[in-house]
Design a protein around this ligand. Sequence first.
Ligand code: TXA
Ligand code: MG
Length: 318
Amino acid sequence: MATIGKDIAQAAKLLSDNELVAIPTETVYGLAANALRPEAVVKIFEAKQRPFFDPLIIHISSLSELDKYAVNIPAIAYKLAERFWPGPLTMVLQRKSIVPDIVTAGLDTVGIRCPSHPLTLSLLQNLGFPLAAPSANPFGYVSPTTAKHVQDQLGDVIPYILDGGPSEIGVESTIVGFENGEPVIYRLGGLSIEELEEITGNISFILNSSSDPLAPGQLKSHYAPGKPVVIGDIPSLVHMYSGSQIGIISFKEEYHASGIARSWVLSPSGSLKEAAQKLFSALREADRSDIDIVIAEKFPEEGLGRAINDRLKRAATR
Ligand code: TXA
Ligand code: MG
């Protein structure tokens, strides 16, 4: 079993020895290795059983590190980094050759982000190298937002989990690329479109390209948990699935009806931030409970509600 602790020196030692360490970030927990050492990075793919065509994000300690790993960085990318780093924004940029092929899946671009979690930031500042880190879940499963989530699924195959408490944001970073110098959203996430557009103006999307190997994070069923998930009007779906043991995921309202065995109200006070924070824990609990089906409502298409709806849709696709 992995050790769970807050010992940055031990985490740094393991990472310097090319071992894996799970790290807390403000979005979700990551499974980290020295990004500059292929023999370390390969262990991430083995532990997660992740296909090698799925590229990894590298995590850096500050904006001043960016031009070590990327070239031809558009001016708008610097503006975004100045405004949103450290934070839940990943930028896909043209890579420098110092970044190994195994990190980028052979692409000529690399995803880069500076996370804001204080433990992981000080870890990064202690290391002489960036960290490649995908979410710390087996490939195809929901991302972990606590050290325990990581322990439950990967505890047997990694030595150490750095415990930074529950992830504050709870959904993965927003991924932005640049096409002909214009920013484009590849993945909805913890940074809302509204906030991004304060810097970029109207921004376009390339989402849900389910078979596009360039952005496997967009695989339609990437976030599927074990239980079937359906999305829509809760009372009518409860009626449709009568006879089943039903779990409900709702925004602020609690529903009561026969057949409802479990209920996760993500934010009784109506905060989309709080709802995003709790979403993946609810999906994990639903998966482990003895319900037959999860019925979720559609969240408001604004702020983090868009990322919540995106993850629910992926969970509902199989
Ligand atoms: O919040 C996050 O982004 C978390 C934390 C740990 O930082 N990380 C994360 O990594 O969600 P991962 O690997 O689970 O999802 C990142 C996705 C990949 O699946 C891939 O689709 C996309 O980022 N990606 C990475 N590099 C890319 C590249 N060069 N071009 C296009 N997409 C890329
Ligand atoms: Mg992931």
